[in-house]
Ligand binder design. Structure first.
Ligand code: CU
Length: 160
């Protein structure tokens, strides 16, 4: 083995080890995870997913609620081809935790101009928190193709 090959092999191994340490630190040390698959919808044998979603708290009462000063929780059901609810009125500076699930197929939950961007997978609960500091009307769209009327699946967040 030539000396350059040994150097190259050592650098390659070092980069791999550094990347694994960085991924491990981000996941365990900083707690950065994908915004999904932390909670699931329990489906009883013989039950379909849509009825399980409607029976499982908090999805049995979807909507926006205030949980503390400037803190809100939005419980949202995505199904072809709408979000329930599809409109959210918030004061500027509100921190919202979106808790979203799908009652049928895979959908998306995306608010352009923010970092609210997650897949919504049937049977799983996607959780994402964002603070709306700037007043305005934000578009909410499904950005995972979910069928014929996918392009109509939208909502809005109105921040005043
Ligand atoms: Cu869609």
């Amino acid at each position: 083995m030539a000396v350059y090959e040994k150097i190259f092999a050592a650098i390659s191994a070092a980069v791999l080890v550094l990347l694994l340490i960085a991924v491990g630190y981000a996941a365990i040390g900083l707690g950065i995870n994908l915004p999904s698959h932390r909670e699931v919808i329990p489906v009883k044998p013989g039950q379909n997913l849509a009825s399980a979603v409607l029976e499982t708290p908090p999805f049995n009462t979807p909507g926006l609620r205030q949980i503390a000063k400037n803190k809100y929780e939005a419980v949202v059901i995505a199904s072809a081809w709408s979000f329930l609810p599809s409109e959210f009125d918030l004061p500027a500076g509100a921190e919202v935790t979106f808790r979203v699930t799908s009652a049928d197929v895979t959908h998306g939950f995306f608010i352009p101009g923010t970092r609210v961007n997650t897949m919504v997978i049937p049977g799983q609960i996607s959780v994402i928190t964002y603070r709306f500091d700037k007043p305005g009307t934000y578009l909410l769209i499904c950005h995972e193709y979910c069928g014929l009327l996918h392009h109509t699946m939208a909502g809005k967040v109105v921040v005043k």
